[in-house]
Design a protein around this ligand. Structure first.
Ligand code: ZN
Length: 285
């Protein structure tokens, strides 16, 4: 799959009846960041994002299919109240590197910098960061810089940025979520078939609430429920700290499959997880 094929599948979602499409901002390299709303604006809302880690673009492919699935359910009255805000590709520059390699970058000096960070290789299959070598899911202002694996220089993964929320993609996502008043959030990643919950700043009441809903989601996809440890600065961490609504990070795909998981892994992940957002909405309604 090429990056332009992936973008075409995202843009085609705009043709769906009843789905609201908008460009909520642009990445560092000026790629549009799309958001979609499915269902009713009345009632509780689930907020989901994917493709924040570049090599984990299976999460974007999943959300594209999920938007169609949820819209089909809504149109056939399988749920009538509540809706879903979905940002399927938070990190387009990074995913372009994984899918198209260094030729996806226009600036010559930046090509050299990225190749240097990537140890001289044009194989970006394992790249997680954005186009500046910042790992977006440790760039949020949620105990930023206190993570076990944090790095302080540009890297393919784990570089926290020079300051919290330095990255345009993170700013765009935060600007958007602040407009949506979500009742629950899901951050989709690969891999390991795990549901992470429970940022360490949560009160015991919130922790119990989030654990109980995680168990309900786990009944749907069969994934293991694990309390997050040693991870900070992520999207779910930010939600837990600032919104105090249930926030989950779900890792699609078996841990036995090597990164990057591709479209060949989509069907299994989709069948396992397509009802997860629906059950999440029921849990908060
Ligand atoms: Zn990830």
């Amino acid at each position: 799959m090429t990056f332009s094929e992936l973008i075409n599948s995202i843009e085609n979602l705009a043709n769906l009846t009843n789905v609201t499409t908008e460009v909520i901002g642009f990445s560092t390299f000026n790629n549009p960041i799309y958001a979609f709303h499915v269902g009713s604006f009345a009632g509780k809302q689930v907020f989901m994002e994917g493709g924040i880690h570049a090599r984990e673009y299976l999460s974007t492919l999943f959300l594209i299919e999920e938007i169609k699935f949820l819209n089909e359910m809504y149109q056939t009255n399988q749920f009538s109240k509540g809706g879903f805000y979905v940002v399927p590709l938070v990190n387009p520059d990074g995913v372009a590197l994984v899918l198209d390699g260094i030729k996806s970058v226009k600036c010559e000096i930046q090509k050299q910098v990225l190749t240097l960070i990537n140890n001289g290789s044009n194989n970006f299959n394992l790249w997680k960061a954005n186009g500046l070598g910042v790992d977006l899911n440790v760039n949020f202002n949620a105990e930023w810089g206190k993570g076990d694996q944090n790095r302080v220089c540009p890297n393919s993964e784990n570089f926290i940025g020079f300051y919290p929320e330095s990255e345009r993609e993170v700013q765009v996502l935060l600007n958007y979520i602040k407009q949506t008043n979500p009742g629950l959030t899901i951050s989709w990643h690969t891999k390991g078939e795990v549901i992470y919950y429970g940022f360490y700043t949560l009160s015991s009441n919130s922790l119990a609430r989030d654990y109980n809903i995680a168990l309900e989601l786990s009944k749907v996809n069969g994934y293991q429920v694990i309390k997050t440890e040693g991870s900070v600065g992520g999207f779910s961490d930010w939600v837990s700290l600032n919104l105090d609504v249930p926030a989950y990070t779900i890792e699609l795909g078996s841990s036995a499959i090597p990164h990057p998981l591709t479209e060949s892994n989509l069907q299994i992940a989709f069948n396992q997880n397509k009802q997860v957002p629906v059950v999440a909405l029921e849990q908060i309604s």
